[in-house]
Write a protein that binds this ligand. Structure first.
Ligand SMILES: [Cu+2]
Length: 123
């Protein structure tokens, strides 16, 4: 099909095809665009639904969410089934009031790993 298009459209179609096939790498890194809980927010415990949305597809099985409770050891969270390719969800229970950090490390579709932290409070 592509060769057929190339015969008709010539170099212009080839240029477009290359543009679509090779997005700039910088755009394909996973960047967090939406977090629940939001960074700096205060949420009610003790149970928490976590949802992170990124700007690109995430390889769920090779991505990690870790919760750092106040003054205690970080715990790895089990990820829920991905509702969408760019969304990660998890559930945390039994959260005492205090300052928490949600650490994320994700593998994007372009093979690059990015990580970050979302600080929030539980009341
Ligand atoms: Cu990348």
């Amino acid at each position: 099909m592509l060769s057929h298009l190339l015969e008709k459209g010539g170099p212009w179609v080839l240029g477009l095809a290359l543009l679509l096939a090779v997005p700039p790498a910088a755009l394909a890194h996973a960047i967090l665009v939406e977090a629940s809980p939001a960074a700096g927010s205060t949420v009610s415990g003790p149970d928490l639904e976590i949802r992170l949305r990124f700007n690109s597809r995430i390889d769920g099985p090779r991505s990690h969410l870790t919760l750092v409770p106040p003054g205690r050891q970080a715990r790895k969270l089990a990820l829920g089934k991905q509702a969408a390719p760019e969304v990660l969800t998890a559930r945390a229970g039994g959260l005492a009031p205090g300052a928490y950090k949600l650490r994320w490390q994700v593998l994007a579709a372009d093979g690059h790993i990015t990580r970050g932290e979302v600080p929030f409070q539980v009341k």
